[in-house]
Design a protein around this ligand. Structure first.
Ligand SMILES: Nc1nc2c(c(=O)[nH]1)N[C@H]1C(S)=C(S)[C@@H](COP(=O)(O)O)O[C@H]1N2
Ligand SMILES: [Mo]
Length: 353
């Protein structure tokens, strides 16, 4: 189970959202999780341009000030890394060792991707749209720029946004300055940062992050299936106070309101259940309104805490019938582990002042 220095190096660069930040509808920018494969590029906004080409009627080359003159759209979306939960698989796939915290919700503002593609004019032979970032590195022994594709139908007719602002501020360097793609409902890897080009292609894209990475594979011989939309997940704010090293929680007896958020990229969350006895019995949480169709829903659960040790759990179900499993399903890349969160707590009698 030992974490290597290489995994620690990744974990120190790519931080999660502290779970107490589940209290915010919109994650404050510095608390949103981060995942960066290579180095954060430094971009000169005066020199930067977005190139749009391939199977289009009109090629486009747009500066950031020009993009800002287009009609702006706002998209509030929950984003989660496909590797969230990876570190809880056994044996642990070696990569960024996320526990539960690779998630955040933000208000992205920018240009509608379908509107931009309509302006360029997507030709009939188009199959996919490829999004390439400025960041370069080596992965699987292949030198590359981070690039991902979307099916033409998703790109040209969905609700994706080319964002230049997050929560009312210009994108900070770590979130893709000056422009990033945001594809609501999809796992994080689809949301290409530091966008340099958009290319409409007539064949499925075979780049590393599409053909080798981000596939759900049972073993090394399995070509696997691509990861797309986020499976449902509920997370709770760990209640009480943490012990510094172990982060084990302690709280006092009496009425406690457990709270958290739940999301699914497939269909809206319709139910959240909570267990206060390690999964033996479950009760329904009260659900609040999601800030948008693509953002997490708040939930609350009232609990009379009795002295002793117990394990809290929560799980979400979406309108398409997807429910979180109790146990993870192992896969080569360690993706899409949405097994229920477990929070062991010690309840002690209220201390007299
Ligand atoms: N250009 C580029 N885009 C990228 C990445 C990257 O390394 N390079 N990482 C992807 C992954 S795996 C995730 S989970 C999200 C994370 O976005 P965030 O760091 O803004 O939260 O960005 C995606 N977009
Ligand atoms: Mo990710």
């Amino acid at each position: 189970m030992t974490i290597s220095l290489e995994e620690l190096q990744l974990a120190a660069r790519n931080h999660g959202m502290p779970l107490e930040a589940l209290r915010y509808d919109l994650t404050p920018v510095g608390l949103h999780y981060l995942l960066i494969h290579y180095d954060i590029p430094v971009v000169d906004p005066a020199a930067w341009r977005l190139q749009v080409g391939g199977l289009v009627e009109r090629e486009l080359s747009l500066g950031i000030d020009e993009l800002r003159t287009w009609p702006a759209v706002e998209l509030v979306a929950t984003m989660e890394c496909a590797g969230n939960g990876r570190a809880r698989l056994e044996p642990r796939p070696v990569s960024q060792p996320w526990l539960h915290e690779a998630v955040g919700t933000a208000a992205w503002r920018g240009v509608s991707l379908p509107a931009l593609l309509a302006e360029a004019g997507v030709r009939d032979e188009a199959v996919e749209v490829v999004f390439t970032g400025l960041d370069r590195g080596i992965e699987g022994e292949i030198e590359q720029r981070f690039a991902r594709s979307l099916p033409v139908a998703e790109a040209a007719a969905g609700e994706a946004v080319l964002a230049y602002e997050v929560n009312g501020q210009p994108l900070p360097p770590q979130h893709g300055y000056p422009l990033r793609l945001v594809v609501p409902g999809w796992y994080g890897m689809a949301n290409v940062k530091w966008l340099a080009s958009i290319e409409v292609v007539g064949e499925p894209f075979s780049g590393f992050q599409q053909a080798a990475g981000y596939r759900w594979r049972t073993d090394e011989t399995d070509p696997g299936r691509p990861l797309t939309r986020m499976l449902p997940r509920a997370l709770m704010v760990p209640p009480g106070i943490p012990e510094f090293m172990t982060r084990h929680r302690t709280l006092e007896t009496g009425s406690v309101v457990l709270e958290g958020r739940a999301w699914s990229g497939i269909a809206p969350v319709e139910r959240v259940e909570v267990s206060v006895d390690g999964g033996r019995t479950w009760g329904d949480a009260r659900l609040g309104e999601a800030p948008s169709r693509w953002a997490w829903r708040p939930w609350w659960f009232e609990w009379e805490a009795e002295p002793g040790e117990c394990e809290l759990r929560c799980r979400a179900a979406d309108g398409a019938g997807n429910v979180q499993p109790d146990e993870p399903q192992w896969n080569v890349g360690g993706y899409a582990n949405n097994a229920t969160q477990r929070v062991p707590v010690t309840v002690r009698r209220r201390t007299l002042a």
